[in-house]
Design a protein. Structure first.
Length: 255
């Protein structure tokens, strides 16, 4: 990358911008890019998810059919007809849960693909992820799609893993020159306290704040701003960094 260019930050937002807009306003000399990633049920992009169609089919067609399928029930003995109807009704919640898991799983994968393309084209110096975007950023690190300095703001990785029925991403050990900083709010209903120990054990530098999920208290914003400035002061990721790994040790955590 050419010397003297503006520093670049790739931003992955959540269901709300949180502190991201404040950071952009405070850093006019930094070039920010925010790709559109699917965040169900927010926005329109996730509506292209094939599991969205399956969800509609289950809710508006299969569920009414199961509730009033007299033809199927009529084919069995009357003494067990109620069991057949009950089995059909109990199967619907299980199917809904699986379809919901598929919907979120596909949205995460779509977000990874979109962000990987943005990283290739934009060549950022720092990756910042908030809420859902922070969870996507963790998967990027886990899969080696990004190896540069990273700032994660209230990443909802545990919630995303639970809903998608996937294990949480296992992070490679960060390099001191390519650190991963995580801001966690003490009063965050979306990010459990267990994430602090888990991400710390994975090599992330943790910042625990007296705040809520949106991280908009003045002191929190000041700390986030200072952290981002320090990350931008690090040497830019070079082309050789794209092929290096952080290390052999693989760290993860349980949901």
């Amino acid at each position: 990358m050419a010397d003297g260019r503006r520093r670049r930050v790739l931003v992955l937002s959540g269901w709300s911008p949180g502190p991201l807009d404040v950071l952009r306003n405070r850093m006019p000399d930094v070039e920010f890019l925010e790709p559109t990633i699917p965040m169900p049920p927010s926005g329109c992009r996730w509506c292209l998810n094939p599991f969205c169609l399956l969800l509609l089919v289950v809710i508006f067609w299969l569920t009414p059919e199961a509730a009033s399928n007299d033809k199927l029930v009529a084919q069995v003995d009357e003494s067990i007809a109620w069991l057949v109807r009950l089995a059909l009704l109990l199967a619907i919640p299980v199917l809904l849960r699986l379809v919901l898991a598929g919907l979120v799983w596909f949205a995460i994968k779509d977000g990874l693909w979109t962000t990987s393309r943005a990283i290739r084209d934009f060549q950022p110096d720092v990756l910042v992820g908030f809420s859902w975007g922070g969870g996507v950023a963790l998967w990027l690190l886990s899969e080696g799609r990004w190896k540069g300095p990273t700032l994660l703001l209230a990443p909802t990785v545990n919630a995303m893993s639970w809903v998608s029925c996937c294990s949480a991403p296992r992070l490679p050990t960060p390099s001191p020159s390519r650190p991963t900083h995580v801001f966690h709010a003490e009063n965050d209903g979306f990010c459990p306290a267990s994430q602090v120990a888990a991400l710390s054990a994975a090599g992330c530098e943790m910042h625990v704040c007296d705040d809520n999920h949106v991280l908009l208290r003045r002191q929190t914003v000041e700390e986030i701003h200072g952290c981002l400035k320090r990350l931008l002061a690090l040497p830019s990721p070079s082309s050789s960094d794209a092929s290096q790994t952080f290390g052999a040790n693989d760290c993860g955590w349980d949901d």
